[in-house]
Design a binder for this molecule. Structure first.
Ligand code: NAD
Length: 382
């Protein structure tokens, strides 16, 4: 890390082929090129896939920063959102990159939210069978989750993230200055992933989140940096133990089997974004766990109250077709032979994988959830 860079924290993530630092701080962008050149040998040409929805001024700054020291950036602006994760965009961006006669050490620098990170990561994994990858996440979700752990993917019409690879970055630079332009809705939605870490295996973190919800809602900068660091540490613990998702890493899917199905079904409208779908999915996982007597009603109440207070949705949109939702759930990557698997809680901070959930039981559970939506003040239906 260059000595000029102050006010940052760094966490190292280990994987089978090495390790990479995740640097978290504010105003890091101006030093991005020198931070990157400490981790990678920079060739004269670098590819920057940038989310075109970040403020124009920041894209201009990026261009200036990456044009120093005889480096020439090829800047490829793409709007974030799920449309970035299509075959069409993958092909178009890959062809632009290949036109520039890249070599095996040409780095792909992904500057954007989880969607741009997933697209750029999959491009880095695929072109020339693997290019160096640097993530500069610009959304809270990308800082706390998607830039860590090496999962990259694009979507199919059969479901989300069905085409992908594990390709570890060489560096992650999380600069919280990007968050000042992030729409509040995306900020709130990302919080669902932070709650997820606490619920999976960190009960003390959940107590902290509950206590500090006001600081979160106010977007207090120091507090947000603490949340990012706590999330990176939580994800580090899981991905280091199980890089290729053979067991423990599946726990990170708490709320995601329900959530991905809902997100895919509502992808053409603005009804749900990823974190909102995950928030509903977490509530559904706790509701299902209560139904099969894994957790008491008080635990479910505590979770619903927290998610509701974080201004996140708790209920399935009423126009959701349960049959379609279950058919999307059958496509989830955790499933074997089309039997649905779910990550379910046994307590706050304790979760495990449950295989062979009967589609028939799920159908009656989800139908009941639609008929009887929950609020923290009306949990008697739970
Ligand atoms: N790879 C993983 O491990 C992993 C983990 C979790 C989620 N994901 C994926 O991440 C995606 C969701 O990521 P996301 O929530 O960041 O959504 P996103 O990338 O779609 O970004 C949300 C919106 O904010 C815009 N945006 C980005 N940065 C901005 C900024 N600084 N200012 C203003 N606008 C900005 C984007 O253009 C987009 O419109 C999903 O596709 C999900 O599948 C991947």
């Amino acid at each position: 890390m260059p000595s000029s860079v102050s006010n940052h924290a760094s966490i190292s993530i280990q994987h089978a082929r090495g390790a990479y630092p995740v640097i978290v701080g504010s105003q890091l962008l101006k030093d991005a090129l020198s931070i990157i050149s400490q981790e990678l040998t920079l060739p004269p040409q670098i590819i920057v896939i940038v989310d075109s929805n970040i403020p124009e001024q920041l894209i201009f700054t990026l261009n200036k920063i990456f044009s120093q020291n005889q480096t020439t950036p090829i800047i490829i602006p793409i709007p974030g959102g799920e449309n970035a994760k299509t075959f069409t965009t993958f092909i178009a961006v890959s062809e632009i990159i290949l036109e520039n006669h890249i070599s095996r050490n040409t780095p792909i620098i992904a500057v954007g939210g989880g969607a741009i990170g997933d697209l750029a990561g999959f491009i880095a994994a695929s072109l020339l069978r693997g290019l160096p990858l640097v993530h500069i996440p610009t959304t809270l979700l990308a800082m706390v989750d998607s830039s860590i752990g090496g999962k990259t993917a694009i979507n199919s019409r059969h479901g989300k993230n069905l085409i992908g690879a594990i390709h570890q970055p060489q560096l992650v630079i999380s600069d919280t200055q990007f968050l000042s332009s992030l729409p509040k809705r995306h900020f709130r939605a990302a919080y669902a992933e932070i709650v997820k870490y606490a619920l999976i295996q960190n009960a003390p973190l959940f107590t902290q989140l509950d206590k500090n919800l006001n600081l979160t809602r106010e977007h207090n900068e120091n507090h947000i940096q603490e949340l990012i660091l706590a999330s990176v540490r939580a994800k580090k613990q899981i991905v280091e133990a199980d890089e290729f998702e053979n067991n423990q890493r599946a726990l990170l899917n708490l709320g995601h089997t329900f959530g991905h199905a809902l997100e895919t079904m509502h992808s053409q409208s603005d009804t749900l974004i990823h974190g909102e779908a995950v928030a509903i999915g977490i509530v559904l996982a706790f509701r299902f766990a209560h139904r099969i007597n894994l957790i008491p009603k008080e635990t479910l109440q505590r979770i619903v109250k927290h998610i509701h207070s974080a201004e996140l949705p708790c209920n399935i949109p009423p126009d959701t077709s349960i049959d379609t939702m279950i058919s999307f759930m059958k496509n989830d990557k955790k499933n074997l032979h089309h039997n649905i698997s779910l990550i379910l809680p046994h307590d706050i901070g304790h979760t495990s994988l449950h295989k062979n959930i009967s589609p028939h039981d799920l159908n009656s559970f989800l139908s009941e959830c639609i008929k009887q939506p929950l609020t923290p003040y009306a949990l008697h239906h739970a």
